[in-house]
Design a protein around this ligand. Structure first.
Ligand SMILES: *[C@@H]1O[C@H](CO)[C@@H](O)[C@H](O)[C@H]1NC(C)=O
Ligand SMILES: *[C@@H]1O[C@H](CO)[C@@H](O)[C@H](O)[C@H]1NC(C)=O
Ligand SMILES: *[C@@H]1O[C@H](CO)[C@@H](O)[C@H](O)[C@H]1NC(C)=O
Ligand SMILES: *[C@@H]1O[C@H](CO)[C@@H](O)[C@H](O)[C@H]1NC(C)=O
Ligand SMILES: *[C@@H]1O[C@H](CO)[C@@H](O)[C@H](O)[C@H]1NC(C)=O
Ligand SMILES: *[C@@H]1O[C@H](CO)[C@@H](O)[C@H](O)[C@H]1NC(C)=O
Ligand SMILES: CC(=O)N[C@H]1CO[C@H](CO)[C@@H](O)[C@@H]1O
Length: 870
């Protein structure tokens, strides 16, 4: 590719060349050294038009002492493309100087070629008539002594109109860094002499560094062969006389000159003549000649203008044409071209041992591979000796390279230079989280020096249960699927000790530090002996035992409580190290069936669940519903419906009834109750009659009902009411006799006021009964006949003892009967209680009558004298 691009560029330049054209002008000095009395000649060969200078085809470059005008002592001549002048010897020192010929080419470019003439007897001769330097180069303009004249040498630049150079008194004029302004014609002569015996030469300064051209010298010059020089303004090659082509790659045949190879020196022989072309080439001998006088033919092995070119002939220097460089028998290896002048990588193997050949400005170079050096990569570099190696341990030189070796106990790594020690491939183990199951662990590891991992043949993993006598196991992990390694078949929740070793081809690595890994927990077993008992109507007690198999870091329990309707409660999920094995479940409904599920949990897995069921005890029922009364004159019926929520089985109902006085007075509290079988929902309370559950008179009863279960009595219902009208007064207190005033026929008593709780007391009956022997309280008239309320015995000490009973009865005003049956059934009344005679009950008599005492509820005392009748 690159070659083709270069070729294309080459062809393009050839095309440019054929259209633009290098100015073709060669000016020939015949001869450059003139005898004292001799004519001399200038020739100008050209293509285009000669530009006259001072109306003459040849010009003087500088005044070297004989004036500025071209001498008239001359013969002009010429033919097509050639001008000539014969300068007569009479012109004397005019013959010494720099002469030019200017030519205008078809495209208008004017170029000039300058040649020289000097006296053969000059005091100093230049080493070369022109020196071409690149700007910035150091340059030495060099003269050689040719006469025995002595004195002070002087250098002058650009003729008499120019300047004498200060301090330059030697044969050599050195310029450290040449500038464009240094370009010009230099003369060297002995001070004070003006006899045309100076040495003359010209310094040509290319405006760019070597091989560069262009206004900013940025362009690369082409390779100019056969001594051609790159024009710093056009980038074209200015060819030496006798060569042509864009790269000066071709030699003219038959000793011809000019860019068209159609010109020639007179008689076809350029010996002793100075041939000059345009800058920056300057002047030289014709091809095949050398020396300042151009009279020496090239020595064997050299050719070209001034014999500056080296022959490259396959058959040796003798096969070389000294003018053209062409070889009979072909070019030497690595050379090609008409003059075997082109250095060529492609005609053989220039660079040895794999080096790559490239050419810069017609010089072949090699870019050698690692272990080789030298111009042609022919020398084996001893990297080991030079220290130019990267062996970690020992370096062993080999042709073109080196190898590394490692000492015993270590192994050369795959990188070819590192040495692996057993410690460097000692793994550092760690475990990956979340292994696929509880029976395995996933191990990964790194090496102390990770870049050796490719040198590992395989890894050995050894492991055993950390505690206990369990046997050690080893698995081999190939390096294809090294990390992580899955170690399976382990027991759950068990500590294992692991260690890993790398095995290499020649050495085995150190065992890693062991690590202890605990395998993942397993599934625990269920709690044991789970029991659920009802400890109260709102609590159940759950008890259980720890599971037989834990297989995890701790154990706790999850309890779910269910009842018809679903899950209601979750307890104790995630409490660690919970050691309780009982639980009171509170706030439950009474007499309700519950189901409890319990699972054990070991921090990772739950067990299966165990369930138990129980019924809470009966609770307290709510109050009976719809309590009401159905009241008649004689009875109060209390009726109810069962409680809305029985909270168990009703065992009984209890009816509470409490007496409250109709008149609002406070007689104290009187609460009574009656219990009823759970199947009954009513009870009749009688307002009269001598039955046990009799309602007392003069009352507004408030009645409530409660239901009971096994557990106890529930709430009372709201009260309902029944009223009982005032009735018989309550039993008064017994009268108190006043003992000291007892007489034989009278004795006074103090009457205690009766309670009015069953109605206002209107009057009292006082009854006196003689207590004969054999007559006791039990012999008194029956209760139907009279309220017998009390008695009192009296004693008279000085007489025969008598026993008297005094009986009182209190009546309320309204219910005071018109008459009272007393003993015999005869009636009496408060207003007028008739005296009764003794009848068939001789031991009973109303021996006295006392008017009723109206107390108006005042609890005062009154005293009555009771006459016994004796
Ligand atoms: C002039 O320069 C040339 C080359 O640098 C050197 O060989 C020669 O000796 C010099 N001549 C004198 C007289 O310095
Ligand atoms: C595992 O080893 C650790 C540390 O040695 C210890 O604390 C732990 O109890 C062991 N666990 C089991 C299940 O053996
Ligand atoms: C639990 O309640 C049921 C129903 O009330 C009862 O039969 C049983 O005796 C109670 N058990 C305990 C232990 O209280
Ligand atoms: C009984 O009455 C109290 C107070 O009104 C109430 O908080 C309670 O829930 C009742 N008990 C029942 C079983 O209805
Ligand atoms: C109230 O009692 C009477 C007499 O026993 C009875 O006839 C009547 O039906 C009762 N009323 C109700 C609502 O029970
Ligand atoms: C009985 O007492 C209640 C409550 O104090 C009252 O509402 C009702 O009217 C009373 N009944 C009679 C007959 O006094
Ligand atoms: C309490 C009472 O009546 N006491 C009388 C008893 O008799 C004497 C005299 O007979 C009287 O003085 C008391 O007053």
């Amino acid at each position: 590719m690159a070659g083709r691009a270069v070729l294309l560029a080459w062809m393009l330049l050839l095309v440019l060349h054929s259209t633009g054209g290098v100015v073709d002008v060669t000016v020939v000095s015949k001869f450059q050294f003139i005898e004292e009395l001799a004519d001399t000649w200038l020739y100008c060969y050209y293509t285009g038009t000669v530009v006259n200078q001072n109306r003459y085809p040849f010009g003087l470059e500088v005044d070297t002492g004989a004036g500025r005008l071209f001498t008239r002592k001359r013969n002009s001549g010429g033919s097509a493309g050639a001008k000539s002048v014969k300068i007569w010897d009479e012109s004397r020192d005019f013959r010494v100087g720099a002469f030019s010929c200017q030519v205008k080419s078809a495209d208008g470019t004017i170029e000039k070629a300058i040649t020289f003439k000097m006296k053969s007897e000059a005091d100093v001769w230049p080493v070369a008539f022109t020196v071409t330097a690149n700007i910035g180069d150091p340059v030495t303009l060099q003269m050689v002594e040719k006469s025995s004249r002595t004195g002070t040498l002087q250098w002058r630049k650009d003729g008499t109109a120019g300047s004498v150079l200060d301090g330059q008194t030697g044969l050599n004029l050195s310029i450290d860094s040449v500038q464009s302004s240094d370009e010009g014609i230099y003369e060297c002569y002995y001070q004070g002499f003006n006899d045309g015996k100076q040495g003359i030469m010209r310094l040509i300064v290319r405006g760019c560094a070597e091989n560069k051209w262009g206004p900013s010298c940025a362009e690369d010059c082409p390779v100019c062969y056969n001594g051609g020089v790159c024009d710093d303004n056009t980038g074209e090659c200015v060819c030496p006389p006798g060569f042509h082509g864009f790269y000066c790659e071709s030699a003219c045949a038959d000793n011809k000159i000019g860019t068209t190879c159609t010109r020639q020196c007179t008689d076809g022989d350029c010996t002793g003549q100075l041939l000059c072309v345009t800058d920056p080439y300057g002047c030289s001998c014709a091809a095949g000649l050398m020396g300042i006088e151009c009279t020496t033919v090239c020595p064997e092995g050299w050719y070209g203008a001034g014999c500056t070119q080296t022959c490259h002939c396959a058959d040796g220097p003798s096969a070389c044409n000294i003018r053209t460089g062409a070889c009979t028998g072909g070019c030497q290896e690595f050379w090609t071209g008409e003059s075997c002048q082109i250095a060529d990588c492609n005609t053989g193997t220039f660079c040895l041992n794999g080096g790559t050949c490239f050419s810069t400005y017609n010089t072949l170079h090699c870019s050698c591979t690692g272990g080789w050096e030298g111009d042609r990569c022919e020398i084996d570099k001893d990297e080991c000796a030079a220290g130019d190696h990267i062996c970690e341990d020992t370096c062993v030189n080999t042709p073109g390279s080196y190898t590394c070796t490692c000492s015993v106990g270590s192994q050369l790594a795959g990188d070819g230079h590192s040495c692996i020690s057993p410690a460097e491939v000692k793994p550092i183990i760690s475990a990956l989280p979340d292994p696929p199951n509880s029976n395995s662990v996933e191990l990964t590891w790194s090496l102390h020096t990770e870049h050796f991992s490719g040198d590992i043949k395989y890894y050995l993993i050894k492991y055993r249960q950390t505690s206990g006598p369990a046997e050690q196991q080893t698995i081999r992990q190939t390096s294809d699927n090294i990390r992580p390694a899955l170690v399976g078949g382990l027991q759950v929740y068990t500590n294992y000790t692991f260690s890993i070793q790398a095995v290499l081809e020649e050495i085995v690595g150190e065992w890693s530090e062991p690590i202890v890994l605990l395998t993942e927990p397993g599934v625990p077993s269920v709690p044991r002996n789970v029991r659920l008992v009802n400890v109260s109507w709102h609590q159940l007690e759950l008890t259980w035992g720890e599971p037989d198999v834990v297989l995890g870091p701790y154990i706790n329990y999850r309890v779910d409580l269910y009842r018809p309707g679903g899950l209601t409660w979750v307890w104790d999920h995630g409490r660690q190290n919970y050691r309780e094995t009982s639980l009171i479940i509170d706030h439950l409904e009474p007499a309700t069936e519950y189901r409890v599920e319990i699972t054990s949990y070991n921090g990772k897995y739950p067990s299966k669940e165990v369930f138990v069921e129980a019924i809470t005890s009966d609770g307290y029922p709510t109050a009976p519903e719809k309590v009401q009364t159905n009241e008649t004159d004689t009875a109060c019926q209390v009726m109810w419906s069962p409680p809305e929520k029985t909270h168990g089985t009703i065992t009984k109902y209890t009816v509470y009834y409490s007496w409250n006085s109709l008149d609002g007075a406070d007689y104290g509290s009187f609460l009574d109750l009656v219990e009823v079988s759970p199947t009954s929902h009513s009870v009749i309370l009688l307002k009269t009659g001598h039955i046990e559950k009799e309602l007392k008179p003069n009352a507004n009863y408030s009645i409530t009902v409660a239901a009971s279960t096994y557990t106890g009595q529930g709430n009372l219902s709201l009260p309902v009411y029944c009223t009982v009208p005032p009735g018989k007064p309550a039993k008064p207190e017994s009268p108190v006799p006043i003992l000291e005033n007892i007489t034989s026929i009278t004795f006074p008593v103090t009457l205690q006021p009766a309670s009015q709780q069953y109605g206002p007391v209107h009057c009292y009956h006082v009854m006196v009964v003689e207590m004969d022997a054999g007559v006791g309280v039990d012999d008194l008239p029956s209760a139907e006949q009279l309220e017998v309320r009390g008695y009192q015995e009296t004693t008279q000490t000085n007489q025969k003892p008598h026993y008297r009973a005094y009986i009182t009865a209190a009546w309320d005003r309204d219910s005071l009967p018109q008459s009272v049956n007393v003993g015999d059934g005869s009636r009496t009344s408060c207003a007028s209680v008739s005296r009764r005679k003794r009848d068939d009950q001789p031991h009973f008599s109303t021996s006295n009558y006392i008017d009723p005492v109206v107390t108006n509820n005042e609890a005062g005392q009154c005293t009555h004298l009771v006459t016994t009748g004796y």
